[in-house]
Write a protein that binds this ligand. Structure first.
Ligand SMILES: Nc1nc2c(ncn2[C@@H]2O[C@H](COP(=O)(O)OP(=O)(O)O)[C@@H](O)[C@H]2O)c(=O)[nH]1
Ligand SMILES: [Mg+2]
Length: 357
């Protein structure tokens, strides 16, 4: 496996990725937001290859570990399938069911089956291992268009708004993201924009302490004014990135959705071009419902990037393939645990490798 992985990373890949046009995604809203993000400062991108190379094996292993449940579930089902069947129509029907249970979604499953069928016929494939490789490569191809790492451009401060349903992992992700950005050489300030629960601010303060960064909070203020203050404080202190936490809300709670669009408006008034990134945090356990959440939040806020959390706790890792086909949106990171280092940049090939043995 390592030999295979070594081939994946090298500089050529990174160079190729930089060159990828920003128009690859089909959804107009999302692509419209992209130029801002892709206008990355050479300083950041230049620092990356070195870093990736150094921590490469642990990075890949971590993703594999995070996707263990999905991989084991798929693997045992695929093995059963091969033991009982020759590769015919019935086989493909069962393969379809297996992919759907991993939450790959109808569109992506249909596409995968079509491609695998074609390649099996072309190459007269009869054995399990070869078919798994084909499946893995097809999956990787489906996922590649949504592989867009977060780029912090030269704007200072670069403002990131973190939104999503209650309990998806927003606050935890902010803690991990702060650590990640420190690793990129960025200074960070956190705004405790979830003013509904005192516990939310306490939780964020703990993450602030772990990362040794300031958390701006006000006991009674409304979220817009907390974030407003945080941005002004970051300007005064020359901080690179402000990450704003927000209270969890369902897309169906109209008043709360109105409130978050107001927060976005206030942010844009106090700092031109901000928020530069609106990250939607999705819980992988919600499966296909993640797409419903994505569509609704996108309509209200124009989501610029996704973070899929809790992949370590579910066998539904296929949900990113469903997103790639049904509502392609840049996936910035994946959450593979509760620890500070359990946030990884999304890489299509490694993800596919983590899903299928
Ligand atoms: N296993 C696992 N748990 C996570 C992950 N991300 C967040 N959590 C847990 O999910 C729960 C809710 O997280 P929290 O950040 O409070 O969610 P919020 O309501 O969206 O801010 C907490 O117990 C977190 O530790 C992840 O990637 N993996
Ligand atoms: Mg929270």
């Amino acid at each position: 496996m390592f030999e295979f992985l070594k081939k994946l990373i090298p500089k050529s890949k990174i160079a190729k990725k930089k060159a990828r046009p920003t128009t690859a995604l089909k959804k107009p809203k999302v692509s419209a937001a992209k130029p801002k993000v892709s206008a990355a400062k050479p300083k950041v991108s230049a620092a990356k290859p070195k870093k990736e190379k150094k921590g490469f094996f642990s990075f890949t292993e971590k993703i594999k570990k995070g996707l263990t449940k999905t991989r084991e579930s798929l693997s045992s089902q695929l093995t059963d399938l091969f033991h009982n069947k020759k590769i015919d129509e019935v086989f493909f029907e069962e393969l379809e069911t297996i992919l759907l249970t991993a939450d790959v979604g109808f569109k992506a499953t249909e596409m995968l089956i079509q491609q695998v069928k074609m390649k099996v016929k072309e190459n007269n494939i009869k054995d399990e291992l070869k078919l798994k490789v084909i499946l893995k490569n097809c999956l990787s191809e489906i996922l590649t268009p949504i592989e867009y790492p977060l780029k912090i451009n030269g704007t200072s401060p670069f403002v990131i708004m973190v939104v999503g349903v209650n309990g998806t992992g927003k606050t935890t992700t902010i803690g991990k993201l702060t650590k990640f950005l420190h690793g990129e050489g960025k200074t960070v300030l956190i705004a405790a924009g979830d003013t509904y629960r005192a516990a939310a601010t306490e939780q964020l303060t703990v993450w602030g302490e772990r990362n040794n960064v300031t958390v701006i909070s006000h006991a009674t203020a409304d979220p817009s004014s907390v974030i407003f203050d945080a941005i002004n404080s970051a300007k005064a202190k020359n901080i690179d990135v402000v990450i704003a936490d927000t209270a969890g809300r369902l897309p169906t709670q109209k008043n709360l959705i109105d409130e978050i669009t107001k927060i976005k408006r206030v942010i844009s008034k106090c700092h031109a071009g901000a928020p530069h990134e609106i990250l939607l945090v999705l819980d992988a356990n919600t499966g296909q419902n993640a797409i419903t959440q994505l569509k609704a939040f996108n309509e209200a806020l124009n989501i610029t990037g996704l973070i899929m959390t809790k992949l370590d706790g579910t066998a539904k890792g296929g949900v990113l393939a469903a997103i790639a086909k049904e509502f392609p949106t840049p996936v910035r990171f994946i959450g593979v645990g509760e620890g500070i280092d359990d946030l990884k940049e999304f890489k299509a090939k490694e993800y596919a490798e983590g899903m299928i043995e």
